[in-house]
Design a protein around this ligand. Structure first.
Ligand SMILES: Cc1ncc(COP(=O)(O)O)c(C=O)c1O
Length: 427
């Protein structure tokens, strides 16, 4: 019987994964767009979902839909066991020490907001510095801007090299005694750059600061160990890693989480309540006020299991190879500008580019007409667009079901776009 790791005898044998078999698990990949086969290359925005995840959502609502933690009936006990079981699955997946360090959120954005408004308000004082990289998604920038304004703190930005990597020599000088937190993405959603978290964590800790890692683009695509990288917080979203929308994880070191005030107040986050005051619940429930997204959290376990069975090292290897192939093929096109590191080992499967003076939205539209879904625009990184001196980019991003043939289809459609639009000047 073929397994996920068996390779077929085709061009796709360049992959570490059995793409044909994987693709059969994703019903949406069989659909057509305007009579053309769907080529989904917008995985950095959100990934597609395998049947096992879709079925698990349906199973929850059909078999044991009930509220968690409060009921003493069978359905509630089953739902609670599945919900809390997912927490243990997450702990194992990211190599956290304890399950109480895993907080379910709505996504990366909520996780970062939680830290900025609880830990941030408690620890950032006037004159303190919050260190960010210039490649941060708005989700890991705006919450810190608001905190800095509120606390009269200062935002300090790391510097990038010409290839879009963090200049670590400059970082060693910029992270200083006034630094309270370094908040940085592990993988850029624009440049694809993979940042050296362990080294940044060491610089932060040397100054008595903490480090928050935006794992939205890294956790779905590479094996991480929160202990090994020595981060203090890591936030990520399930919808970018085969899971449902509306579920995220915030992991934090237990001692730090314990000392933080709650984020939201209400049911489930309390130990006891009197008319005047309340005692708060233990970790992690202290940070999970109200009825959580039970069905989607439970279904997320199927996403973690799918990736674990496949092996994150195989996922990464596939993405390095397909990115290498795509970078080489894209470089064949005259007048193309590709952003980020040249070496596919130094980046994730996200390729942002511009072609001559063609507006990225026009490119996106022409590709869409060919059944190819990419993203075009500022990718929620407006300051980075300003640094790159562009109004936006086109972005193709890969995942476990993307084939080398699909890269060829992207190339063919880009050549077509060049024919139609290549002489149009926008600037
Ligand atoms: C690097 C990065 N950070 C944060 C986010 C925000 O994630 P979410 O919208 O799931 O909260 C994204 C989403 O694209 C991202 O790419």
């Amino acid at each position: 019987m073929a397994t996920i790791l068996d390779k077929p005898e085709t061009k796709e044998a360049m992959s570490s994964l059995n793409l044909e078999k994987i693709r059969r698990d994703f019903p949406i990949l069989r659909r057509e767009v305007d009579g053309k086969r769907l080529v989904y290359l917008d995985n950095a925005a959100t990934s597609q979902k395998p049947l096992s995840v879709i079925n698990k959502i349906s199973e929850y609502y059909q078999r044991y839909n009930a509220n968690v933690h409060r009921g003493i009936h069978t359905l509630s006990e089953e739902a609670t066991a599945m919900y809390e079981g997912t927490r243990e699955t997450v702990r194992h997946f990211i190599d956290a020490k304890e399950t109480c360090e895993i907080i379910f959120t709505r996504g990366t954005t909520e996780g970062i907001n939680l830290v900025a408004s609880t830990w941030g308000r408690q620890n950032v004082l006037p004159g303190d510095e919050i260190v960010l990289s210039p490649m941060e998604h708005h989700s890991n920038l705006v919450p810190w801007q608001v905190l800095a304004q509120e606390r009269e703190a200062k935002l300090v930005f790391l510097e990038l090299t010409a290839e879009g990597e963090i200049d670590m020599e400059a970082a060693a000088k910029l992270i200083g005694s006034r630094t309270r937190i370094v908040a940085v993405t592990q993988m850029s959603n624009v440049l694809g750059t993979i940042n050296p978290i362990k080294e940044l964590a060491a610089l932060a800790h040397k100054q008595g600061a903490v480090i928050l890692v935006d794992g939205a683009q890294s956790v779905p695509h590479m094996q991480i160990s929160v202990q090994e990288m020595d981060a203090d917080f890591v936030a990520f979203s399930l919808h970018k890693m085969l899971g449902p929308t509306g579920v995220g994880v915030l992991w934090g070191k237990k001692d730090i989480l314990k000392a933080m005030p709650p984020y939201m107040y209400g049911g489930d986050m309390i130990a006891s309540v009197s008319r005047e005051r309340s005692r708060y619940n233990e970790l992690p429930w202290k940070f999970e006020a109200g009825t959580p997204n039970i069905g989607d959290v439970i279904a997320s376990a199927a996403a973690f299991e799918y990736l674990t069975t496949m092996g994150l090292d195989n996922v990464r290897e596939h993405e390095v190879e397909i990115t290498r192939y795509a970078l080489n093929r894209l470089r064949e096109i005259n007048g193309i500008t590709i952003y980020g590191p040249k070496d596919p080992q130094k980046r994730g499967g996200v390729i942002s580019f511009n072609m001559k003076d063609i507006h990225p939205h026009d490119l996106g539209q022409i590709l869409s007409d060919a059944g190819i879904a990419i993203r075009a625009g500022h990718h929620c990184c407006q300051p980075l667009m300003k640094d790159l001196q562009v109004m936006g980019t086109a972005r193709a991003s890969f995942y476990i079901y993307n084939t080398f043939e699909e890269v060829d289809m992207l190339l063919a459609a880009l050549r077509e776009a060049d024919k139609v639009m290549g002489n149009v000047a926008y600037r």
